[in-house]
Design a protein around this ligand. Sequence first.
Ligand SMILES: Nc1ncnc2c1ncn2[C@@H]1O[C@H](COP(=O)(O)OP(=O)(O)OP(=O)(O)O)[C@@H](O)[C@H]1O
Ligand SMILES: [Mg+2]
Length: 480
Amino acid sequence: LPISSPPGAFLSPPQPKDETLLRLLADQAPAIIWTTDRELRFTFSMGSALKNIGVAPNQLMGMSLAEYFRTQDPDFPPILHHRRALTGEKTSYEFNWQNRIFHTRVEPFLGPDGKIIGTLGLALDITERKRAEAELQESERRWKAIVSQAPGFVTIMDEEGRILYINRVSPGYVMEDVIGTSTLDFLLPSYRPIARRAYRKAFQKGEIVTYDVEGQITKDRTAWYRSRVGPLYRNGKISSLILVSTDISENKRAEVALKGSFERMRQLAARLQSVREEERQRISLEIHDRLGQALTGLKLDLSSMAPGAGRENRPRFKSILQSLDDTIRAVRKISTELRPAVLDSLGLKAAIEWQAREFQTRTKTTVRLKIPARDIDPGPDQSVALFRIFQEILTNVARHAEARSVQVDLNRAPRELRLTVADNGRGITKKALSDPASLGLLGMRERALPFGGTVDIEGQRGRGTKVTVRLPQGSSRREP
Ligand SMILES: Nc1ncnc2c1ncn2[C@@H]1O[C@H](COP(=O)(O)OP(=O)(O)OP(=O)(O)O)[C@@H](O)[C@H]1O
Ligand SMILES: [Mg+2]
């Protein structure tokens, strides 16, 4: 029974057949149908939605609208609209009654002669639909709030990255222009393949993919973004993609700055080492040459004076000469310790041999040396670095290893210079190896680093420690 039938057509007068149909409709449709006379007294009411407001069919018969709604207010919507219907108007309104929401339509009710004999009303209970709508609106409102407050960009896009929705645009862009363009266009060209691969993976496999890209934010500003792209489902199938991008430029800048400051610290450390080395060399020469020569001269003078001295002074002369000898020896030792002359005069190989001998004599630890017969000369800077590393290794053996013997191998392969020192002591522990306070070990690594070199240290408990130093040679060598 269409509502669009001519007003009153389906009710005047009800035929038995029509009535059955009407009952079915009234029982099943969530609606209320009624008629009133010209005094707005109910003449008929039925419909399954009557029970929603606690009224039995035809319970209203004879009651006026004002009585039912308990108001005389002419502006009360039902009264207002029914009055308008009496004037021939068809009206509709939404009305909230007994916690239900009704979409109500009131029309003039025409008698057989076409005169208005009352009103005809139809109310549909739309509470559930309204509730669903409200929920939808609420969830949309919530999602919009989240998205508008989210830092960065939230984009819904198709498989190719074309923007269907975006929560915001950067200054200088217009939302309408941005919709429909590809997110890829906003990336620096070199990052587009990364994003494209991520989109494909998300769309085809339904995975969430995270990646970092650099984007062109305005004509002259780029920014780093951490992006997450994932699938958006409709009816169980992936229909589009959701992309969330947050600006991580600050972190990136901090990262780069940190790397830079590390690098500068390294350079400073390396520079300090070389300054220290030059200083040592200079002082060592000063002490050796000037002090050594002066003392030697003094000794010669005194020796020549000794025969002329009186007998009673002889023992004193002797003891002075003796202590002069001791002093000269001490000066030589200090000078050598500062910077072994052998390193500068005879080179790395000789210096290593000399240091190994010294160590053996001093510590009574057997040193077995394997050094190639031919000369090894990686240049003065590398020679000094390797020699100092070697000294630190031996000092550690003496101080920590409790070893009986040490095996030293110096090797010149075509592409690298390799020094291994293995002791048979107690073995360095994992803890000592990873301890940031192990500055001696750190120093060895830093010494090798400017030449692209490495220092590997392995310890075996009770079996000893092996240190391997590698300095790349030839074309692969990095300039310090
Ligand atoms: N050959 C070795 N055998 C056993 N333990 C070792 C050996 N070499 C180093 N270690 C352990 O590693 C630690 C760190 O060595 P590192 O050279 O960094 O420091 P250090 O020798 O104690 O002090 P320094 O800074 O004066 O060199 C040592 O304290 C020691 O415990
Ligand atoms: Mg040490």
